[in-house]
Design a protein around this ligand. Sequence first.
Ligand SMILES: Nc1nc2c(ncn2[C@@H]2O[C@H](COP(=O)(O)OP(=O)(O)OP(=O)(O)O)[C@@H](O)[C@H]2O)c(=O)[nH]1
Ligand SMILES: [Zn+2]
Length: 352
Amino acid sequence: MNTSSQDLAGFGWSNFFQSQLTADELTGSVPVRVTVAHRNGLDVAHPDFAERVPLLTTEPHDEEGRATVGDWILLDAESHAPQRLLDRKTLFKRKAAGADRRVQLIAANVDTLLVVSSCNQDFNPARLERYLVLARDAGVMPVVVLTKADLAEDTETYRRQAEKLMPGLLVECINARSREGVASLLPWCGNGQTVALVGSSGVGKSTLVNTLAGEAIQETQGIRASDAHGRHTTSGRSLHRLDTGGWLLDTPGMRELQLLDAEAGVEDLFTDVFELATECRFSDCGHETEPGCAVRAAVEAGTLDPERLKRFRKLVAEEAYNSLSLADRRARDKGFGKMIKAVVKEKKGRWE
Ligand SMILES: Nc1nc2c(ncn2[C@@H]2O[C@H](COP(=O)(O)OP(=O)(O)OP(=O)(O)O)[C@@H](O)[C@H]2O)c(=O)[nH]1
Ligand SMILES: [Zn+2]
């Protein structure tokens, strides 16, 4: 077998992976990319072949040691038996529901996350912010893509709102249905580049995939005229080659990604709020009613957008909730239910 490193580069191979190989591995192994992670095997691809191989052997609780879609693994050059997993450049993961909170791997080695929303009533800065946190946590570069620019009267207002979410954030307003429309995204989809998409239902993810791929690999469905919500379209877990030589990683797991355990990401995204908070009189200030609160002072002085503070609070609360185990969540929900019941009972009692 004589595969040039250029061919491998088209699959996403780079010096980052190459430098992990030992002298023995350079001659005795062949690197392959995981295109589908099945329960009992891995579909892998290489410029010269594609096949199903057995799972890597891992320690029972080493969830991150398992291979997921997008990973690079080494096979024995002769037998094609899987040898080991290479370190990842980036990783999307989530904690599974359930008492043991196992880590679920979603996708590895994604270079760019296209955060999709549209230039209409679906545009939601809070949701975009959440996806940006997610990208930060995975170590992936985010690009905000605002679709349906062809239907909007004033795309600049949307663009400006999105740009305000993070310093230096790239925002592209596009028509996802036209080849020319998506041209501005091509730099992120070049040879060997891996992109993934997130965004709510109906914003045009499948349309974008179709246009980028140059063929209909995703089913799109018409938007329901009445409520502007797209219908859910199904898709298989996969890594698709784009016309441009890039790879589109589109899996149900990726589509369902939610903000989970994103503490570091929240800090990155809201450095202004965190910096202000260091000046609050109390170190555990909740920025609600405490005296000497620098965060509220900034809002009053007009230097901090109150909407931004609101979103920050929501994100922190949501993250705290998501980080609870399922058992804790149930207990909390039950506690909440009990509290409601008690209040209702008390109110009723008063009138009976
Ligand atoms: N005019 C116009 N229509 C668009 C654009 N992007 C998407 N649409 C339409 O919006 C509808 C929903 O698009 P989809 O691609 O199915 O949305 P989705 O995000 O994949 O939705 P789910 O599969 O539910 O996650 C379809 O009717 C598309 O044709 C755009 O940029 N311009
Ligand atoms: Zn404060």
